[in-house]
Design a protein around this ligand. Structure first.
Ligand code: GLN
Length: 276
């Protein structure tokens, strides 16, 4: 069997079973097995695949067929132009969450480059690292409930922004001291029905937002009031149908200038409030 045939056969299997990008996924997985780039893989299409490589590839394709994200199978995912290590202990960084970074950078441009930012529920650390990387003077810290996630986040921070980010374990903001100009969070916000259809093997505690998906915001928003400086901003990712409810929770807690930012697909994704 040639490398081309192996790729197309796997893509046909994945088309039936998992995801929207079967050919890309098959290509990425086989390139990983053969330790070559995607370009090199395509150049090697006419060559025969070895039995060992075929077996290793089959195993990865079967896992992908069962819904395991390519990022877990490769152990990495690109976010904001940077490569992040990921494991099954953290949520796979989503392109949608780059919007949090964009919004935070706009706010920092207004506040000043030495702004203090805390990223809560940091997971792989992708948001904190992207901000610290983009603004060398920003004072960035990050927290997560999961020590396993913090280890991954620390690894990613050492790689891209060594010595810049302070990490701490905390249940939401409960154990975080200090005062911040910006707090960002991509908390768990899926409802039980949404989790059921998401058979990705991602950590449930990073996704499950209680019966109505809003439990995290009910904790996080009041806690943020005590940790933000006057005129500080809270920047929250949410589900596409949650913006109005998150905005209401922000206003109830005393936030003003509540605004909504849309993701690349045009869906309301990030809600921001300024502490008045
Ligand atoms: N955006 C993720 C998803 O839809 C959910 C992330 C989260 O709960 N924070 O899979």
């Amino acid at each position: 069997m040639t490398i081309r045939e192996a790729t197309l056969q796997a893509a046909a299997q994945l088309r039936e079973t998992a995801g929207d990008t079967p050919l890309l996924d098959a290509t990425l997985l086989l390139a990983e097995v053969l330790e070559v780039s995607r370009e090199q893989l395509i150049a090697a299409y006419p060559e025969e695949i070895s039995p060992e490589a075929w077996n290793a590839f089959r195993r990865l394709v079967d896992e992908r067929s069962r819904g395991v994200p390519v990022a877990y199978l490769l152990g990495r995912k690109e976010f904001y132009g940077l490569e992040f290590a990921v494991s099954r202990e953290v949520l796979v960084p989503r392109p949608d969450s780059e919007l949090i970074v964009e919004v935070a950078l706009e706010l920092i441009a207004r506040i000043g480059p030495a702004a203090r930012l805390h990223d809560c529920c940091t997971g792989s650390g992708c948001i904190a690292v992207a901000v610290a990387w983009a603004v060398p003077q920003a004072q960035v810290s990050a927290s997560d409930l999961s020590t396993a996630a913090l280890r991954i986040a620390q690894h990613n921070a050492e790689r891209h922004t060594p010595g810049r980010i302070r990490f701490q374990r905390s249940d939401y903001l409960q154990d975080i001291g200090g005062s911040f100009d910006v707090i960002t969070a991509n908390p768990p916000y899926l409802t039980p029905a949404e989790i059921e259809v998401l058979a990705s093997g991602e950590p449930r505690e990073a996704l499950y937002g209680g019966a109505d998906g809003l439990a995290a915001y009910r904790r996080l928003i009041p806690e943020a009031v005590d940790k933000l400086s006057v005129n500080g901003y809270l920047v929250l990712e949410g589900g596409r149908e949650q913006h109005a409810e998150i905005a209401a929770l922000l206003r109830e807690a005393g936030f003003a200038e509540v605004s909504c930012h849309r993701d690349l697909g045009g869906a309301p994704r990030v809600t921001v409030g300024r502490l008045g």
